[in-house]
Structure formats: structure tokens, C-alpha cells
Write a protein that binds this ligand. Structure first.
Ligand code: WQD
Length: 333
């Protein structure tokens, strides 16, 4: 069996990808420092898949410990999720983001080089596009991130490209996620964080009553209903995209490419609230508030390249996304 290292594998995207990999006969090792994830997710993954796997509580910034993991295991590939990912926090504390996200990635690439692991799938973000006027975003467009978090993802993408240039026998795939939302069909894993800043978990908590009124940041954007538009993608669709990326590089002797993982459709904040209210009977109460600093008015992907070259397409609807978020919140928070 091919053994895959998932860094940050107990996190939101990582845990859903772990499930897909285990259910497709990969062997996995998860390394996670639990800074933004819970150990219980390990048991949920095992319960969903009925498969066991090794978990290592470790920080990728601990280079010596990371090298020891590579020495002990014979990895076929690495899927690199581990990173700090809150845009607002990155503006307040940029050095935390540059230190954590970039140093970790350099340590990982050095370990891969030392132990001759050639295959990497990197978890990047639509944040690297910044706030471009042309829409949808294509992979060939300039990357001009507007916040430190987005810049860490941009810098790591560039480091990966330089490492590939130095050794073209590597197989590197960069996946740019748009807005991952929703929860696994079992509702045992989902977007599980103490203080969410992202819209979907906040709408879900407004629906379950855990949150009072939701604040809608801005109602005067140049969009159909004045509220921000994003390309929301179901986390299970996203996880399946990683499987396709691994299939793409199988048996390759040198590959580098970048793919948007989105649906190609933009929905507004009010679209999402209205969809939620159809599901849960109008429980989401909201009020309009000032725009949030750093927000782009509109962001959505062209996903044509991934559809064509990875034979991957998102299939789950906005209603599926909202329903699974709601059911996960009802059970877990
Ligand atoms: C979506 C829309 C807000 C909260 C973030 C990260 C990005 C990526 C995906 C990691 C916007 C509006 C939000 C609220 C609101 N994560 N909103 N009220 O900012 O597009 O992207 O998650 O890669 O790095 O920045 O997602 O969910 O925060 O916002 O009105 O209480 O919802 O203004 O229009 P965003 P979001």
C-alpha cells in the first residue's frame, strides 16, 4: 500500500482527506501539533473508515523530530495541510504566520529531499489571487495576495516551484482551495473550531441558536444583492480532489502544476443565509454591519483546468453544504 504523510491531518480539510485516502486503500500517517485541531478527530476518522493509522503529535518546526519520522517511515507522498490560516490574525501577527507556515514547509521539503520522497500535494488558497478585477480566477492569473496569510501561501508556492526547478524528478501539485464548507456525510467530522471567523459555521451557529444575530459584513458591494460573493465548495468534494491529484502524479517522473479547487459558481452571503433558512425553518437572524477589512467583494474560481486535467468536478450543492454544516453543528457544538 502507498503510505501518505498528512501534515495537519486532524484539521478540517486534512481529516476529510484522511477519510477519502483510507477508503481508497492508501496507508496514512498523520502528523499534527493540535494547535487548531482536536485529538478526538482521530477516533472519528477511525469510526468512519474502520481503519487504523499512525498519529504523531509533533510540530513541523521541530526539524529533528520531523526527519526522524521520515527516517522511520517510507512515504510515497506528502499532503501538506498544516498551517495557520486566519486572515485577520495574520494581519495582527504576521511573524507567527511567516514563522509557522514557511519554516514548516521548508523543513518538510528538506525532509522529502533527504529521504527521497518525490510526491507532494500542497494545500494552497484562493487568497493568493488577492483582489483581482477579472473573474473567474484562472490559475494563469497574477498572484497578488493582500494579507500575510495569503502571502505565506504564495511564498510557499514559489519555494515549491524553485525546488522543482532544481530537481525536475519531483512531482508537485499545488491545489488552491476556494471556500471549503460543510461536513462529512456521517456528521462526525466537520468545521470544528472554538471561535469561527468564517461565514458558514457562524450561520450554522445562528441557526442552532448558539450564536445570536449573525453580522453580515457589508450590504453595498457591487453584487446582485450587495453582499459578498464567494465560491463555496463542499469539503468532501475538496477531499476527493486530493485523491485525483495523487492519481495524476502516479508513475510520473517529474510534474509540477497548479489547480483551482472550486465549483466555478459564486454565492452571496444572503444566498447562503436564505438556503440555510429553507433547511432549518428561518432560524437565522442577521443584521447588516460595516464591511470587514481585507474582504474582496467577489471571489470565485474557474475550475475547468482541474475538471479537464484531474478528471475532478465538485458535485455537491449549496443546499448539501448548508445541510451538512447544520447537522454537524447540531451534533457537535
Ligand atoms: C465569506 C463571506 C465575508 C463572516 C476565508 C479565509 C481564506 C480561506 C477561506 C483558508 C465574506 C462574509 C463572514 C461573518 C459575513 N481559508 N462574512 N459575516 O474571507 O472568503 O475566506 O476562508 O484558506 O483564507 O480568508 O471566508 O467565510 O470569512 O467570508 O458577512 O460573520 O462572508 O464578508 O463576504 P473568506 P469567510
Amino acid at each position: 500500500m502507498k503510505k501518505i504523510l498528512l501534515t495537519g491531518g486532524l484539521g478540517y480539510i486534512g481529516s476529510h482527506t484522511a477519510v477519502e485516502l483510507l477508503q481508497n486503500n492508501y496507508d496514512i500517517v498523520i502528523i499534527d501539533n493540535l494547535s487548531n485541531s482536536r485529538l478526538e478527530v482521530k477516533d472519528s476518522i477511525k469510526q468512519i473508515t474502520n481503519k487504523s493509522f499512525k498519529f504523531i503529535k509533533e510540530d513541523l518546526k521541530n526539524k529533528e523530530a520531523l526527519f526522524k519520522v521520515f527516517e522511520q517511515e517510507n512515504f510515497y507522498a506528502v499532503v501538506h495541510f498544516a498551517a495557520s490560516k486566519a486572515v485577520g490574525e495574520s494581519v495582527e501577527n504576521p511573524l507567527k504566520y511567516y514563522n509557522n507556515n514557511i519554516i514548516s514547509s521548508i523543513n518538510l521539503l528538506e525532509a522529502m529531499k533527504k529521504y527521497n520522497v518525490k510526491n507532494l500535494i500542497f494545500s494552497s488558497s484562493a487568497c493568493v489571487y488577492g483582489d483581482l478585477d477579472d473573474l473567474p480566477y484562472y490559475e494563469s492569473m497574477p498572484t497578488t495576495p493582500t494579507n500575510p496569510y495569503g502571502r505565506t501561501k504564495y511564498f510557499i508556492e514559489e519555494i515549491i516551484k524553485d525546488v522543482y526547478t532544481a530537481d525536475k524528478t519531483n512531482n508537485f501539485v499545488i491545489l488552491r482551495y476556494f471556500n471549503p464548507v460543510g461536513a462529512h456525510d456521517s456528521f462526525l467530522i466537520g468545521e470544528d473550531c472554538e471561535k469561527p471567523a468564517n461565514l458558514m459555521p457562524l450561520v450554522a451557529r445562528a441557526a442552532t441558536g448558539k450564536l445570536g444575530k449573525l453580522k453580515v459584513f457589508g450590504d453595498n458591494y457591487n453584487t446582485p444583492d450587495g453582499t459578498g460573493v464567494r465560491d463555496y465548495i463542499h469539503v468532501v468534494d475538496l477531499a476527493k480532489g486530493h485523491l485525483k491529484a495523487l492519481e495524476k502524479i502516479a508513475d510520473k517522473k517529474g510534474f509540477l502544476n497548479t489547480y483551482n479547487l472550486g465549483t466555478g459558481v459564486g454565492y452571496s452571503v444572503l444566498d447562503l443565509i436564505n438556503t440555510f433558512n429553507e433547511i432549518c425553518g428561518n432560524k437565522v437572524k442577521y443584521e447588516f454591519a460595516e464591511r470587514r477589512a481585507g474582504d474582496a467583494p467577489v471571489s470565485y474560481a474557474s475550475s475547468q483546468k482541474a475538471e479537464k486535467e484531474l478528471n475532478w468536478k465538485a458535485t455537491r450543492s449549496l443546499k448539501d453544504m448548508c445541510e451538512s454544516s447544520y447537522q454537524f453543528e447540531l451534533r457537535n457544538n
